[in-house]
Design a protein around this ligand. Structure first.
Ligand code: LLP
Length: 419
């Protein structure tokens, strides 16, 4: 089901036309659908049935506090990778006891904060980190609940920049060293071995990489149990892909069933946590932008729009494809093939190559599937102001982040005072 559809030839988010949003808020602007977020989250939740589970939404995919609040109200947990993300979760009413903390470079102060908040699990990515967690917990007089994030060396068959579970990646502890890491952790006075974690990559469109890595994780769980180390939670990471341009990723049910089949085959019924980001947020948002100019040279036609690579980096960084739709269907003019480009002074500032569109200067267009890794990866390059973010809820529009102002851009900067 899509919550972004044409009604009377005009693209809507739920019951609100995007023209209305552009009039009220301006462009460029990220537009999200509350119902889309909720539907995606619930599809995963219900796929587990009464099997014990926690859905730890990957905050990095879209960290607006209104989004986090909507998910917290559904009972979501969260996967965070920095103190900033953890603070966002707390601000949005999330429960720290349902937070897993991933990331290869957790600093002393980040660990202090997370351990004092009592997060569900610190997902430890190296032996040196494990030693630091012990020291921090000891200095606080607390016990830190941990998982070792293992690297199962499974190919997720996705873009190399978003593969994390192969042996050349910086992520996780290799399987060969993981057992020893657990033995070591188990002997540490301020560490409680809680779980085992793994995340192999993102935008995965088959179940087999998930099943393969689960199998490796379960072998480790058994080996640990044989050595009196009892894992209490399987954290199977995120990575479930979405449809950007006709991909057919597993449904929530197929994805969850693949995991439950895997655990059942081993007679293991441990609680499962997952860390989905894109599956929940990706198709829950779009980037609304206006055509400033049409420009033609001998070889190409360009639609120059007011959003650029600083607003949505994915096409430039990963050659990612995002569908581009006109907001108003125009039948009075001919279609033409355009490169849709932004205002940034870089040739890579392209939102989409060779798109057939029926548009003219001044029209609004929508870059679809931009709810995940969109606003969160935006930057101020070329001193451009970050766009506004809006959530549509039925026939209500909520601005959940104001468009930046010039004052925001220079906040904290200072001219040197001459003596
Ligand atoms: N858990 C961990 C430990 C992760 O590193 C990630 C994503 C996730 C969960 C969520 O993965 P998801 O369910 O969203 O696939 N910027 C890239 C994606 C980077 C993903 C990084 N890690 C993009 O725009 O495609």
């Amino acid at each position: 089901m899509s919550f972004f559809e044409y009604k009377n030839g005009i693209l809507h988010a739920e019951n609100i036309s995007l023209t209305k949003i552009a009039d009220a808020v301006g462009t460029p602007c990220y537009v999200y659908s509350r119902a889309a977020f909720e539907t995606q989250w619930q599809s995963l939740d219900s796929a587990f049935g009464d099997y014990p589970h926690t859905i730890c939404y990957a905050v990095k995919s879209n960290s607006n506090i209104a989004v986090l609040n909507i998910l917290a109200k559904l009972g979501s947990g969260f996967d965070v990778v920095s103190e900033g993300e953890l603070r966002r979760v707390l601000l949005a009413g999330g429960d720290p006891a349902k937070v897993v903390f991933s990331g290869v470079a957790k600093s002393w102060s980040e660990l202090e904060f997370a351990i004092s908040q009592g997060v569900n699990s610190i997902n430890v990515e190296s032996i040196s980190e494990l030693e630091r967690v012990q020291e921090v917990a000891q200095s606080l007089g607390k016990i830190a609940s941990i998982a070792i994030r293992v690297n199962p060396d499974v190919d997720p068959e996705t873009h190399p920049y978003i593969s994390t579970g192969m042996d050349e990646a910086k992520f996780g502890v290799p399987m060969g060293a993981a057992f020893d890491a657990y033995i070591k952790a188990n002997a540490m006075p301020n560490i409680e071995v809680h779980g085992i974690a793994c995340h192999i990559g993102s935008q995965i469109t088959k179940t087999s990489p998930f099943s393969d890595s689960l199998e490796i994780v379960l072998q480790m769980v058994k080996r640990l149990a044989d050595n009196q180390i009892y894992i209490k939670q399987l954290d199977l990471g995120g990575g479930l892909g979405i449809d950007y341009q006709g991909e057919t990723p597993p449904t929530a049910k197929e994805y969850v069933d693949a995991m439950l089949d895997g655990t059942k085959a081993h007679g293991i019924d441990l609680p499962i946590a997952i860390e989905p980001g894109r599956y929940i947020s990706g198709n829950s948002g779009l980037l609304l932008t206006k055509v400033e100019y049409l420009k033609r040279n001998d070889r190409k036609a360009f639609a120059i729009v007011d959003a650029g690579m600083n607003d949505l980096l994915r096409p430039s960084l990963y050659q990612a494809h995002h569908a581009i739709w006109p907001v108003t269907k125009n039948t009075a003019i001919e279609s033409e093939v355009f490169d849709v480009v932004g205002p940034v002074c870089e040739s890579a500032d392209v939102l989409g190559y060779d798109r057939e569109l029926t548009i003219q200067a001044g029209d609004l267009i929508s870059v679809m599937s931009a709810g995940a890794y969109g606003f969160v990866m935006s930057a101020n390059y070329n001193s451009r102001l970050k766009p506004a973010e809006v959530i549509v809820d039925g026939d209500q529009v909520h601005v959940v982040r104001q468009r930046e102002q010039f004052e925001d851009l220079v906040k904290g900067e200072q001219i040197i005072e001459e003596e």
